[in-house]
Ligand binder design. Structure first.
Ligand code: IPD
Ligand code: CA
Ligand code: CA
Length: 286
């Protein structure tokens, strides 16, 4: 019922995945159109943790597009949660009881967006009873839509994705990020970086966790790890990894779930070796 006591008209004919793709594509186009025009640049949990009116506007847009079709579903979006890891954990705990939960990062890679560095994305996942069943990551700069559906595979440009074939760390191209927790998560990640840099083919840091996951899923990266993330950074990408034949765990090697904050995602072949290396480096965040 709406405020006037009437049953609202609901457009239900679209599938979950179609709605996710539509929302990511509309928001992505809008974000791209606003590139270079940011007026309100604020910080959240600390100096490197940025937010703009575009992040907030994109989340609003995604919310509206999803609720047009599924008004009974719940949505956990980054911009609807207070900054900092404690608030994120609490918001996720409260949302986990929902049968259908959309998990949204409207702009993953805000620092890049603010600087005009074209590596940012829209990340949208749908979880059913805590399990991710749809994941969509859209890169508006390259017009790449990465899509995964539980049990049906993962696709980019309509082509099935599969992870890379490297079998050892030594021949791997990895990615990581530099988390915003300068005194907490950042030193942990740096420990892993120091240890791994001389042991792998090379390491990249693009600045969008979601795109890093999509790149592992599509075989462009062998693996990705980062300490100190949130459910909205990882949910869509987690399904993409498993649906393209890869592995995703926490940094101790335990199975992925929505509460994981320290992540290792790979082609599967190097998963154990990478988890082992992070333990050795004391870079697991635990
Ligand atoms: C950030 C990006 C970045 C990662 C940070 C995240 P945001 O997300 O994914 O790559 O290193 O840890 O917070 O704030 O741009 O949505
Ligand atoms: Ca993010
Ligand atoms: Ca974000």
């Amino acid at each position: 019922m709406n405020q006037e006591g009437k049953v609202p008209y609901v457009v239900t004919s679209k599938s979950f995945t179609a709605v996710a793709i539509n929302a990511a594509s509309k928001a992505g186009e809008w974000i791209k159109s606003k590139l270079g025009t940011v007026k309100q640049l604020d910080t959240k949990s600390g100096a490197p943790d940025l937010v703009t009116e575009v992040d907030k506007g994109a989340e609003q847009m995604i919310r509206k597009l999803i609720f047009t079709h599924f008004p009974d579903h719940a949505l956990l979006g980054e911009e609807g949660v207070e900054p900092g890891p404690e608030a994120s954990k609490k918001a996720l705990e409260q949302a986990l009881d929902e049968e259908y939960l959309w998990i949204v990062d409207p702009v993953d890679g805000t620092t890049n967006y603010v600087h005009g560095y074209p590596f940012f994305s829209v990340s949208i996942a749908l979880a059913h009873k805590g399990e991710v069943i749809v994941g969509v990551i859209y890169d508006p700069s390259r017009d790449e839509m990465f899509v995964a559906e539980k049990g049906k595979g993962a696709y980019v440009h309509g082509k099935r994705m599969s992870v890379s074939q490297q079998e050892t760390l030594n021949e791997s191209l990895l990615a990581t990020g530099f988390p915003v927790g300068r005194d907490t998560t950042l030193p942990q990640n740096m420990a892993g970086l120091n240890y791994l840099a001389p042991r792998v083919r090379n390491i990249r840091s693009g600045g969008s966790a979601a795109l890093h996951l999509a790149y592992v899923a599509s075989g462009r990266l062998t693996g990705y790890w980062e300490v100190g993330l949130n459910a909205w950074d990882l949910a869509a990408g987690s399904l993409m990894i498993t649906e393209s034949g890869g592995s995703i765990t926490d940094t101790l090697g335990n199975p992925y779930h929505l509460g994981v904050r320290h992540v290792v995602a790979t082609n599967g072949l190097i998963q154990q070796e990478l988890v082992g290396a992070l333990k050795e480096a004391k870079g697991t965040g635990e």
